[in-house]
Write a protein that binds this ligand. Structure first.
Ligand SMILES: [Zn+2]
Length: 477
């Protein structure tokens, strides 16, 4: 060591005339040695503390094993990190990126590979690490003894585990229980629901108006589905129609939005006629939307069995684009890109599936009350469908194509009542269900509660509301 090498040098042969100076040098030398001894003592002391700390942290440290088996699954009790005192913990956060893995993420955080493997082994008993999603946030914990007297940097910290939120209502915690031993704790995250009011006038589309009212794209799709039984969006919507929606979002304990919620109430005033639906929870856990008379929003048949399509040919007499002569067009044609999903307009069973002459790939479904629907020119059928298969309303049965006699990809859609073709657009099909007396009482209660919510939000300045300038000007004078 350097200090030892210096010792003989100072007592060397170089003449020292001034004895005072020699004494001073000796004194300095003594101080230097004392400092060195002190430094060594602190150094050894720190190693000792480190060793003791390691013993404290892992008192039952077994002979090191290189691949730890997952801890035997015990009844999982939600334990807060704090309950494992006397340890202090800190965490760093990282986010899963494209092509990432949890192992790579832990390596980035500087976690030893053997430690990380042991933690991941434990996790895989509860959750497949490959199911981590891009953008998923992970907190990586380190820990050190609380009662340490030394500055934090001098104390060995160790990997304490990690946690993440695989689904809005759950947090998974991988937690150190001993040397190379980890277990997994599932923690339920309590979410609270908050209500939002969107009250807009439609200027270009329902989609744009609802988005302007703060609704998420997913929720807007649900909204459009909700109205699609009673309103033909392509034909009926007018600029200036009013759209009111009361919807929820769910928040975690840190006030972060954890989940989008539900549509609780929706009303569309379409050319002066108001369509309003209230959400009603049933005792079996399901729910439905009902109008003021207790009739379900769902009808026997959907109005349009394909999303985002353009009506390209109407029902009635027309000149056939390929055959060139006039004949009855028994259905509606919806132009849509090849591969666009086609839905069963209503629940029922498949009575025909296969090639059908000019109709190409064709499906016909029989519903209740003597109704049938037919779908033609499909590019392909949905898997596992055959004659006799049961389908539910909204189920994908096939995809738009141009098989048979067709000028381009489109869906030819027919509705038959007692085998006679009817115009799907003029159809007033009955509601699926209606509420009984008890159900109606529940609906009235739900309506009262929803009305109070709307009133509270409508008079609250924090409401999420976007009114086009035109309307604001109209109410202003
Ligand atoms: Zn057609």
């Amino acid at each position: 060591m350097e200090a030892q090498n210096e010792t003989p040098k100072n007592g060397g042969s170089e003449a020292v005339d001034n004895s005072d100076e020699a004494a001073l040098i000796k004194q300095q030398e003594r101080r230097r040695r004392a400092r060195f001894r002190f430094t060594m003592a602190v150094f050894i002391g720190l190693i000792g503390i480190g060793y003791l700390a390691e013993q404290l942290l892992a008192p039952d440290m077994p002979t090191p094993v290189l691949s730890a088996k997952p801890a035997p699954s015990k009844p999982v009790v939600a334990t807060h990190w704090a309950a494992l005192a006397p340890m202090q913990r800190a965490h760093q956060s990282d986010t899963m990126v494209a092509g990432d893995s949890l192992a790579a993420l832990l390596a980035r955080a500087g976690i030893d590979g053997v430690e990380a493997d042991a933690a991941l082994d434990a996790l895989s008993a509860e959750f497949d690490p490959r199911k981590m999603k891009v953008g998923q946030k992970v907190r990586i914990f380190s820990e050190w003894p609380t009662d340490s007297q030394t500055a934090q940097e001098a104390v060995p910290t160790r990997f304490a585990g990690f946690d993440f939120i695989p689904e809005p209502r759950q947090r998974l915690i991988v937690r150190r229980t001993g040397h190379l031993q980890f277990d997994v704790v599932k923690q339920v995250r309590p979410l609270s629901e908050r209500f939002f009011l969107s009250d807009t006038l439609i200027s270009s589309s329902v989609y744009e108006a609802a988005r302007g009212g703060g609704m998420s794209p997913n929720l807007v799709v649900k909204l459009i589905r909700l109205f699609s039984f009673s309103i033909d969006f392509q034909r009926d919507i007018r600029e200036g129609d009013q759209l009111e929606v009361l919807y929820t979002r769910r928040f975690d304990e840190n006030n972060q939005q954890a989940e989008e919620g539900d549509i609780v109430f929706a009303a569309l005033t379409n050319r002066g006629k108001r369509y309003a639906y209230w959400r009603l929870a049933h005792s079996d856990g399901s729910h439905g939307y009902y109008d003021d008379n207790g009739r379900s929003v769902q009808r026997l048949l959907m109005r349009t069995p394909v999303d985002g399509a353009r009506l390209s040919s109407r029902f009635g007499m027309r000149r056939h684009p390929i055959l060139g002569y006039t004949r009855l067009h028994r259905g509606l044609d919806f132009a849509a890109p090849r591969g666009t999903p086609i839905y069963a307009a209503g629940s029922g069973s498949i009575v025909a599936i296969g090639r059908n002459g000019d109709f190409g790939k064709y499906i016909r479904i029989r519903h209740r009350n003597g109704y049938e629907t037919a779908y033609a020119h499909m590019s392909r059928y949905a898997r596992r469908l055959k004659k006799g298969s049961r389908v539910t309303q909204g189920q994908v049965i096939g995809y738009v194509g141009a098989t048979g006699l067709a000028t381009g990809p489109h869906l030819h859609y027919e509705v038959l009542r007692h085998k006679k073709p009817v115009n799907p657009r003029d159809l007033d099909v009955p509601p699926e269900t209606a509420l009984d007396k008890i159900g109606l009482t529940k609906l009235r209660n739900a309506q009262t509660a929803i009305g109070q919510r709307i009133n509270a939000l409508a008079t609250n300045d924090n409401r999420l509301r976007s009114l086009p300038r035109r309307r604001a000007a109209a109410t202003g004078g």
